[in-house]
Design a protein around this ligand. Sequence first.
Ligand code: NDP
Length: 274
Amino acid sequence: MPPLARLPLNDGHSLPALGFGLWQVPAPDTARVVDQALGLGYRLIDGAAIYGNEEGLGEGLRRSGLPRDDVFVTTKCWNTDQGHDAALRAFDASLARSGLDRVDLYLIHWPCPQRDLFVETWRALIRLRDEGRATSIGVSNFHAPHLERLVDETGVIPAVNQIELHPRLQQAALRETNRRLGIVTQSWSPLGQGRSFDDPVIRAIAARLGRSPAQVILRWHLQIGCSVIPRSTRRDGLAENLALSDFALTAGDLAAIATLDAGGRTGPDPDRFA
Ligand code: NDP
């Protein structure tokens, strides 16, 4: 799948297979990074209220001169903003910070099952979608029981589930749940924050193909059917992560990477994180 190919969503819309993430991009650098990435050809920006850089996201988008509809913008509702009315207020605040009048995808950032507010938060997102202010709605870090509750209680299936996914945490069961429900899996920390760059299996494939370890890993995400949002604040890194169209992993490469799964989470456990 070419990185800029679009993956269909279950609501009739679609999203670019590859985008770039803004976590830990310093607020003062964000407009420059966004403008640079869009200039290189990226068309999906993954933001979140908690990243503290939504102003730069909007500013970079305007600086790029691209028509608004050419760029897919995601942002997320933070844990402390869960609840019906709180989520609506949080959404308004995100729009105000970014200066946008709609987002393409609004996600519940974490399920926070101890708060037990994700169903009513989801009802707020359904309202935002119905009003056209969030074109698509989805979730992040949701496990199968969380997804099933949303569907059982509201009848609305998320378009996307953005989850931690990289060679050391391959999430086969959750990917299968997403697939069964018609939800696109989007991989966060897709490079495992660099943890697999020195893995001998990845290095051998990279050497054979004349590609970098990062490119091999990103290509793997696309070939297993995931959307992917790597982060780089360097121009060279952004360009490298987008150059994935002119090579492919073999079935043998995919099988070799499948052996690297180690339950190696870098982030919190979604069942416990509040
Ligand atoms: P990644 O797995 O994308 O790794 C980023 C790290 O890899 C950076 O240190 C970057 O450094 C380096 N890197 C990137 N490209 C290359 C390259 N080609 N060669 C060498 N090094 C490279 O980590 P993130 O944790 O940032 O995840 C990506 C995005 O996922 C986030 O920005 C965010 O949007 C999203 N996310 C979502 C979460 C959620 O709960 N929904 C949680 C965490 C992340 P450098 O900048 O120097 O290139």
